[in-house]
Design a protein. Sequence first.
Length: 485
Amino acid sequence: MPHNAPILYPYKRRYLADVARFKAGMWSRQTGKTFTTTLEAVLDVLEAEAEGRTSRWTILSVSRDRALDAMDNGVKLHLRAIGAAFEALDVPFEADELAHLVRIGKNGSYIRAVASKPSTARGMSDNLILDEFAHHQDSRAIWTALLPVVSRPDLKLRVISTPNGRGDKFYEIMTAPDALFSRHVVTIYDAVDDGLPRNIDELRRAMADPIAWAQEFECQFVDETTAWLPFELIDGCEDAACPGEYQGGPRYVGMDFAARGDLTVIAVLEEVGDVLWLRELIELRATSFAAQLAELDLVMRDYRVVRAALDQTGLGEMPVQEAQRRHGQYRIVGVLFSPARKLDMATVLRERMEDRRIRLPMGHQVATWYQAHGTHEQFHSEFKTDLDLERLPSGKFATNDRVLSLAVLAYNILRAIGQATLISPDSPVRHAAKRRRIRTVMQEIIGIAARVIEHARRLTLGLAEHCAAFAVFERHHQALLRFTD
C-alpha cells in the first residue's frame, strides 16, 4: 500500500461513526467488512476500560477457521497497531468447541470469536457481531436464539455479510421496511470510488461468472430463480415500433453449431442507428453440418453481413474453417468459449439491453426460451448443490445408483412440500415466487424449531407461539394425514 494511503477509507469511517445499537453492513468481497467491524469492537473495549467500565464482544463466525481469522487479522492486529496490551487464549466453549479470546484491561473486558450455532448464541450477555451472517447455517434459528441476548438496551448488534440469495434472515434484515437497523451498503464500485486500490476489470474476469459477480461484488440479492438476463429486462427490449423489414443496414450474425439431436441457432441482427434489431432467429434441429453451413450461406448471400461470429469450441472447429474458406476470414470469426470470453459477451449483452440498444419484435419467443433454459439450469443446480450431490459417494455403480434413486425421491417430496406450502399468501417467505428452491423448503418448513411432547400416549409437536411457518406447516400436516387415511 502507498505510504500516503489513508488508514481507513471514507466508507469505513462512515460505518465506524454510526453509533446505532442495531447496525447492518452489506459489503462487497475484498472491502474489509470484518476488519472494520472488529476495529469498532476494539475501540469500544478500549474506551470502556479507559472509563472504568466493562465491555464484552462475541463474534459469531461461519466456522472455527473464520473465527480464528477474525481474531488474528482483525482484533489482534488492531490491538497491536494501537499498542494496547492483551492476553490471547483459546478456552473451551462447548463440548467440542473452542472460543478464541483476548482479555483486555483489568475490568473483565474481552473480545472472543466462536463458530456459529443456535446453541452458541444462547446464554450470552455480550455485544454481538454476526460475521458473514448470510452464509451461516440455520440463520433463522440463530436469530431466534440471539435476540434475547441483545435485549439489554446497553448491548449492540452488528450484522455484516455479502448477500447469499433471498432465502435467509440477512435478506430480511437488509430489505425490511422498518427502521430498526442502520444499514450500510458498499459495492466494489463504492469502495474503489472511495480510494480502495482494486482492479475491478481484473476481479470481474477472475470471477468469470456474471451472477456470482452481481452477488459477491455488486451486493445484489440474487433470487432463487434469477438469471443473468431477467425476464423483465428481455421483455423491456420488445418494441412494437420495429422499423419494418430489412433497412439495408449492416448486419451481424451469431451462430451456434450443434451435432446429433441438439439445436443449431443462427441469430441475425441489423444495425439501425445505434440499435441492433433482431431480424431472424433460425433454428435447425438434428441437422448435418453440411445443411447448417448451407443455411449460413443463404444468410451471408441475402444480407449485407459485416461480421459473423461462429462458435468454434469443440465440434465447431471444422465448420468454422469451412465457413472462413467460403466467405473469408475477415467476415467469419471463430469464437472459443473460455470463461473469460463468455463473461465478456454476457456483460456486453446485458449492458446493451439495459441501454435498450438491442430490440426484439413484439411477441418474439426469445424471452420464453430463455426463461425455460434458466429454469432447467435451476433444477440442475438444486439437485447438485442443495442435495449435496456435486460428487457421488462411491466408486461402485450399484451404490451410486441407489443414492441417486433416493435423491430423486427426496427431491420430488421436497418439491411437492414447497409447492404446497411456500407459494401461498401466508408463506413465511416474503417475496412472491412461482416456485421455491428445495433449500428454502428445508430452511422454512423442515428446519423450524419445535419441541416433541409425549403425553397420554400421544406425540405432539410444540411450535413457538409466533412461528412464521405455523399456518402452512399445520395445513400441510393435515393434508398429509388425509393422504395416509
